[in-house]
Ligand binder design. Structure first.
Ligand code: FRU
Length: 484
């Protein structure tokens, strides 16, 4: 039974959807095949799981504002990653333990039920934060009943303690939580449970100031821990890293450590942190393991506090979207991200140019244009410099092993901003997913990815290719249909 407060919040949120529906839907920056909220602000993907065959994907949602606040959980479901249904609201901030936000968390199947673990965010009358790790349960995957607090804040941490990710290892359940220690360092904290009800605090597996890592941020958000090809991978979003050369250019980062987790010693022995994405907008990703054994990742195409309010969709009462799903694999040295195979189902007929040569020139290529497309470029030669210009807005250029993405600054449109990445080898291929106001670039079969929002003038569909010296490449393009 939903409480009166819960019913009231649902009603208000649904009214807000209706109020701005026409405005939101008329926005040319609405995306075609990416998850968005129907109104208001969307942030992290949550509770990503395949359960009883169906994929469920929840998201952090503030229906009443295009800013952060007391979050709800919105909900999408799909049978095939191509057609998605927007479900009823999953969770609202209706209880004493989550009244200032049903914050991020994960989903897990247990005993025929779907469980959600999330952080209840509470601010007391003095503005002091409290956080509780909470549980909700469903028997149909759509209606959830809150079960209340499952983990209280252990000693040694501030109330920045959130984003539980739960998984099962043999007969034992584990939970990793993002935390800040009392000396204000970001940590990943492990719990275990034998009965799915009592959770034992095991301690910090790694974090800022732990082992050889040194200073590594004042807060770690949204940890996710899984095994891939015999390695333990900890995906995490640290806050407080300084930019370092071309790395860590966004306000906050998302990346991973690869290593091995000793459950007895409660230690993750790991290598260096590596960013998952080198574009402008990517944060708080979450993974799931599906029935086919694929480790699939979806991220938020946004970064907290990174000029979110300067995004032009704000005037139409919505902001942000999620990324496309990416399959993760390990190539022996690093994670490789590949757009999920199912996305090929969205393709219309192919336009193919098997050999294009451009020499000291800028050219359009017949048929290569559009706002909801996938583009695949394979390079035979880049003698000096090669660039793709999209919609007189964003450009992707390559020279001397460095790929640069540029776009106008959201706050100061006269200024151009850059994100750069040094590739391990030459540029061999680029796979671009463009969706009205988003761009996702998979470089060299997913060795690097650059994800960004773009806000070009809506009329311009042109893509231009520039080469200094000679560039030879093939190109394939598909128009992509939306997933509704
Ligand atoms: C990450 C985050 C999480 C938190 C959620 C609140 O973007 O700050 O740590 O649970 O967003 O919406």
């Amino acid at each position: 039974m939903l409480s009166e407060r819960d019913l009231e919040l649902r009603k208000l949120a649904n009214e807000e959807i209706e109020r701005y529906k026409d405005k939101v839907e008329a926005d040319p920056y609405r995306l075609n095949y990416h998850h968005m909220a129907p109104v208001g602000l969307l942030n992290d993907p949550n509770g990503f799981i395949q359960w009883k065959g169906t994929y469920h994907l929840f998201y952090q949602w503030m229906p009443f504002d295009t800013d952060h606040g007391a979050k709800f959980w919105g909900h999408y479901s799909s049978e095939d990653f191509v057609h998605w249904k927007h479900e009823d609201i999953a969770l609202t901030p209706s209880d004493w333990f989550d009244e200032n936000g049903v914050y991020s968390g994960s989903a897990i199947a247990h005993d025929d039920y779907l469980y959600l673990f999330y952080t209840g965010n509470v601010k007391d009358e003095n503005g002091e934060r409290e956080s509780y790790q909470c549980v909700a349960v469903s028997e149909d995957g759509v209606n959830f009943e809150k079960k209340g607090v499952s983990v209280f804040l252990p000693e040694g941490y501030t109330s920045h303690f959130r984003d539980p990710k739960v998984w099962k290892e043999g007969d034992t359940w584990y939970m990793v939580v993002g935390a800040q220690s009392e000396d204000l360092q970001g940590k990943a904290v492990l719990f275990k449970s034998e009965d799915f009800s009592e959770w034992e605090h095991l301690g910090v597996i790694t974090g800022s100031g732990e082992g050889k890592l040194g200073e590594f941020g004042y807060m770690w958000e949204c940890p996710d821990l899984f095994e891939l090809d015999g390695k333990h991978i900890l995906v995490v979003s640290p806050q407080g890293l300084e930019a370092e050369g071309m790395q860590f250019a966004n306000t906050y980062q998302s990346g991973y450590f690869a290593g091995s987790l000793d459950f007895e010693k409660v230690r993750l022995k790991h290598g260096d942190f590596r960013e998952l994405d080198r574009g402008f907008e990517f944060y708080a990703p979450q993974t799931t393991l599906d029935y086919k054994g694929r480790r699939i990742l979806i991220g938020w195409m946004g970064v907290p506090d990174q000029y979110e309010q300067a995004q032009p969709t704000i005037e139409n009462h919505w902001v942000h979207c999620l990324t496309i799903p990416r399959e993760l694999t390990w190539n022996g040295e690093q994670l490789i991200q590949t757009p999920l195979d199912e996305l090929k189902e969205m393709r219309g007929p192919v336009i193919l140019h098997s050999s294009i040569t451009i020499e000291n020139d800028q050219k359009a290529v017949r048929g290569i244009e559009g706002k909801s497309i996938e583009l695949n470029l394979e390079f035979d030669e880049i003698e000096n410099q090669f660039a793709i210009e999209m919609f007189q807005y964003a450009s992707l250029s390559y020279k001397d092993g460095i790929l640069t993405l540029s776009r106008p600054h959201f706050e100061e449109n006269q200024k151009t901003e850059f994100r750069r990445v040094e590739l391990a080898g030459k540029l061999k291929s680029l796979r671009l997913f463009i969706d009205h106001s988003s761009l996702e670039v998979f470089v060299n079969e997913g060795e690097e990815v650059l994800t960004s929002r773009i806000f070009p003038h809506s009329e311009d569909e042109h893509i231009l290719f520039t080469s200094l010296g000679t560039s030879t490449f093939s190109i394939e393009q598909w128009k992509l249909k939306g997933f509704q």
